[in-house]
Design a protein around this ligand. Sequence first.
Ligand SMILES: [Zn+2]
Ligand SMILES: [Zn+2]
Length: 422
Amino acid sequence: MPALLRQLSGLGGCIHPIRLDGHRIEYALDTATGEIGAALRHMASESMAAGHLLVRCNNRRTTRCPACAETYRRDTFHLITAGLRGGKGTPEDVAHHPRVFATFTAPGFGPVHNRPDSGRCRCGTAHPADSPELGTPLDPDTYDYEAAVLWNAHAGALWRRFTIYLRREIAKRAGLSQRAFRQHARVSFAKVAEYQRRGAVHFHAVIRLDGPDGGSTPPPAWATADLLTDAIRAAASTARVTGPTVHGRTHTFTFGRQLDVRTIRGNDFRGSELTDRAVAAYIAKYATKGAETATGTLDRPLRFLAELAHVQLSGHAERMIRTAWTLGARKDLEHLRLRAWAHMLGFRGHFSTKTRRYSTTLGALRDARAEYRRAQAPQTPEETTYVLSHWVFAGTGLTLAEAWLTASLEPAPGTEGEPTHG
Ligand SMILES: [Zn+2]
Ligand SMILES: [Zn+2]
């Protein structure tokens, strides 16, 4: 029992660990001769309390694994924060670079139930904030499901087009050619995708203007938050992606007219403006959600359409999924992989992305954590040992008893830390 508790506590609360069969042998290594000596340590799955080596699932979705999603959220918080105020290898000067927080929406695909300032929705009802009808079409039969799904499927491409236009628009405002622009400035960003209730993806992004080498170089004198905001508005309104022709209709994708761009202030700033802490908390929160939390769809891929009969879905979510599934059968849309991403309502992009020079990476944060854990455990220095290991996949999840024990554990050291809200 104590051994099992120890093994489980190393998972930091993960409820769907990966189970591995195999072994790991550590040999002494004579650094002078390079010869391998005696086996120092032997670790084998059959002698472990759980009968397997257990590895965290690292799923980012709250609905799948709350503990791993929480780790992901904290890492994302640190990653975003580092790009806003420095730290983890990013210089603190980035706090003085022009930085904005922008939200890009999808266009309309038909009227939906909403809560306008005037109080009443077009259907005549004053919907409460938690009404399940909000975001669903007033008339599902005329709602443009085809365009809604295809828009999600092209949202990533539309974002890439926007970033190209943005550099162009900034260069133009600075009076530079695009080639010269690269010698003066660089645009860094971190973005996260979120689903609106109507099932359309929208993007939240931190966009920062740096000097030519990114965060470590000061931005040129002409680089201001106003110039950046103006360029973002111009680029977002002209970005356009030509989509497929379906049923004789050629789709073109643009962002919706609702575009929110706000300057990010430092934490010392008092007022109604956004602070870097609030932005980081906001982005981190959405990084752990999929379509399921906003739209009530599935949190994993469908294998057969018939599976829909066994899950509780809103009529709107089901119609989005069915549309994706049907379009997914078309040869000319094969590249969109709409069946594999039907549960995501067509969106197959990465949930959170960033440019290389925005700040650190999630991988680097994970490595730092592993390094910290190694430093806590007394061990033979690695360079004097030779390790042979072989592991094979043996399944996922916990047994009932393991799950019960896991629930009774306190969070493992090194997994507590950052605040939940900004
Ligand atoms: Zn997990
Ligand atoms: Zn309504």
